[in-house]
Design a protein around this ligand. Structure first.
Ligand SMILES: Nc1ncnc2c1ncn2[C@@H]1O[C@H](COP(=O)(O)OP(=O)(O)O)[C@@H](O)[C@H]1O
Ligand SMILES: [Mg+2]
Length: 355
């Protein structure tokens, strides 16, 4: 559906050359919801703008719907772009026009007559739940409603693809959820392929089929949501996940608590992570019975990702050194991920340095 191959984008500004995208290849399937996560400046927007050639790549190839985008004439490209809708963080609505006029705008030059256009606009506003706002002006709407208008406008020419560049970044968490829910419905109803750019792992977590992580113009890793959440390979990916699952905050709370000092002196503070059917309950019983250690659960969290439970526990294990070692070995053997909390704290300190 969307095939970006070996994409480089260089910007020449003053005497500097900025390498915004470096050798990135991505393959997005029809009907898929694909997320691209990274901090500001990672190259996400530049990469996604190469899909409709709002940004021409310096090197590489762009195939959309089997078409070589770089080989199209200007008028062919205009046609192809109609099939690729786009929404942004700041909605970009025309303030002096009504909601209906904003949504009708991309239909300028279409073959529809006046009645057909009005019917199309009504249908689009229905789709995003804003039929009654037809005659209102953008300034009369909330942020979430404005983004719904922008979505309706982006769908005016029945695109196959919707590109969402930080579409929820200006919205509060509740409104964000409702917009993400709408995107999910549109994906299912219209079978539209959706590409979501965000700096928040939480946005992609419930919605995307697959996700790619970008840093400094490069694509660090990509995989299904479950793969990325359960087996992240790169430090940056882990950092995004810890933020999304609030493990960062919990770690600070746990570490700051005086009862953990005692546990730290008498044993080990570790994070246990597990996926799928592995529930830690019997393991912990086993540790206490067979390995003669004490296990204190300091924090626990289970996330359901595409029906697969993904769990995290912070525990203090106390007892004799060799018993603690043996018990950690036993857990590892049974597929439980283990990380000492000091490793986690180090990773967090690195992140704070960066910010
Ligand atoms: N038109 C441009 N001219 C010069 N540099 C640009 C331009 N657009 C983006 N950049 C630079 O390219 C890098 C990637 O930017 P961008 O794609 O906007 O990242 P993101 O969307 O991940 O925040 C940044 O260093 C940015 O400053
Ligand atoms: Mg951006």
């Amino acid at each position: 559906m969307i095939e970006l191959k070996d994409i480089d984008v260089l910007f020449h500004s003053d005497k500097r050359v900025v390498s915004a995208v470096k050798d990135v290849s991505i393959d997005i399937q029809a009907g898929e919801i694909f997320g691209i996560v990274g901090y500001s400046g990672a190259g996400k927007s530049t990469l996604v703008r190469t899909i409709n050639l709002l940004q021409r790549p310096t090197k590489g190839s762009v195939q959309v719907n089997g078409q070589d985008m770089l080989a199209l004439s200007a008028s062919e490209l205009r046609q192809a772009r109609k099939k690729i809708g786009m929404i942004f963080q700041h909605f970009n609505l025309m303030e002096s026009r009504t909601i209906a006029e904003n949504v009708a705008f991309p239909l300028k030059g279409s073959s529809l007559n006046k009645q057909e256009r009005a019917a199309k606009v009504a249908e689009l506003l229905d789709l995003v739940g804003l039929r009654d706002k037809s005659d209102a002006y953008p300034s009369q709407l909330s942020g979430g409603q404005k983004q719904r208008v922008a979505i309706a406008r982006a769908l005016a020419n029945d695109p196959d693809i919707l590109l969402c560049d930080e579409a929820t970044s200006a919205l509060d968490p509740k409104t964000t959820s409702s917009i993400l829910e709408l995107l999910r419905e549109l994906n299912q109803q219209l079978n539209i392929t959706i590409v979501i750019i965000t700096h928040e792992m939480n946005v992609v977590k419930d919605l995307c089929d697959r996700v790619a992580v970008m840093e400094d113009g490069r694509l660090l890793e990509q995989g299904t949501i479950v793969e990325i959440f359960t087996q992240p390979q790169e430090a940056l990916t882990k950092e995004f996940i810890n933020t999304a699952t609030h493990l960062d905050q919990e770690l600070a709370l746990v570490i700051g608590h005086e009862s953990t000092n005692r546990l730290r002196e008498q044993g080990q503070l570790v994070r246990l992570s597990y996926v799928g059917d592995t529930t830690t309950q019997p393991f912990i019983t086993k540790l206490v019975q067979d390995y003669h250690v004490q296990v204190n659960i300091l924090f626990g969290h289970v996330e359901i990702l595409k029906d697969i439970p993904v769990g995290n526990l912070f525990v203090g294990i106390t007892g004799a050194d060799q018993d603690i070692k043996a018990s950690l070995f036993y857990l590892e053997e049974h597929g439980v991920g283990i990380q000492t909390l000091s490793e986690l704290i180090e990773a967090q300190a690195l992140k704070e340095d960066k910010i």
